[in-house]
Design a protein around this ligand. Structure first.
Ligand SMILES: O=P(O)(O)OP(=O)(O)OP(=O)(O)OC[C@H]1O[C@@H](n2cnc3c(O)ncnc32)[C@H](O)[C@@H]1O
Ligand SMILES: [Mg+2]
Length: 167
């Protein structure tokens, strides 16, 4: 069995490898066809579905997975949000979201100024490549939950649904 993950971001690729250990895992750089910084649950989830669908279009024997990061408001407060989608060769679509965490007001202001969260996080935390490593969720949980761990949970939710509806 084969799974294609529509990103080369190591936090996403590793998450899929951990949760699908018996599958052959391929990583392809696939566009999300939504804004580079999604701002709602709907847009973030659509980005994940778009990536997963394009993965299956590349190889009709494979299961496609898309993982997408975004932000969303809950009562005027900005939260990190992440969505995953899994598309099967017969076009079943499963989606699931990841843990959310409040972002400081400074991050909200920087995003409104048009910067991408990945770049803002490097400046804010004075680190390099936060998006490829611990992620914003790692920074704001004192490294207790990394971006890969958060994505692992999302991919587990996808795999579980795939198995439930196909057994
Ligand atoms: O190569 P891809 O798969 O696109 O990986 P990415 O790091 O750009 O991740 P996303 O496109 O899924 O994320 C959308 C935007 O949100 C940013 N982002 C989302 N979650 C993040 C996190 O935990 N830490 C840092 N940046 C994050 C990311 O940098 C993008 O600007
Ligand atoms: Mg991106």
């Amino acid at each position: 069995m084969k799974v294609i993950i529509g990103s080369k971001n190591p936090t996403k690729v590793q998450a899929v490898k951990e949760i699908f250990p018996t599958y052959e895992v391929h990583a392809l750089d696939i566009p999300s066809h939504v804004s580079s910084q999604p701002y709602t649950d709907e847009e973030t989830r659509l980005g994940a579905i778009n990536r997963a669908t394009q993965c299956v279009n590349q190889d009709s024997d494979a299961v496609g997975i898309g993982l997408e990061g975004g932000v969303m408001y809950v009562e005027n407060q900005l939260f990190l949000c992440n969505w995953g989608a899994l598309v099967t060769p017969t076009n079943q679509i499963f989606t699931a979201s990841g843990a959310r965490i409040l972002l400081p007001i400074e991050i909200d202001e920087q995003l409104k100024a048009g910067n991408e969260l990945g770049d803002i996080m490097d400046d804010y935390a004075n680190r390099k490549g936060v998006r490829h490593n611990e992620g914003a969720i790692g920074v704001f949980t004192n490294d207790l939950i990394t971006r890969q761990e958060m994505f692992m949970h999302v991919v587990k939710l996808l795999r579980g649904q795939l198995e439930y509806w196909n057994n």
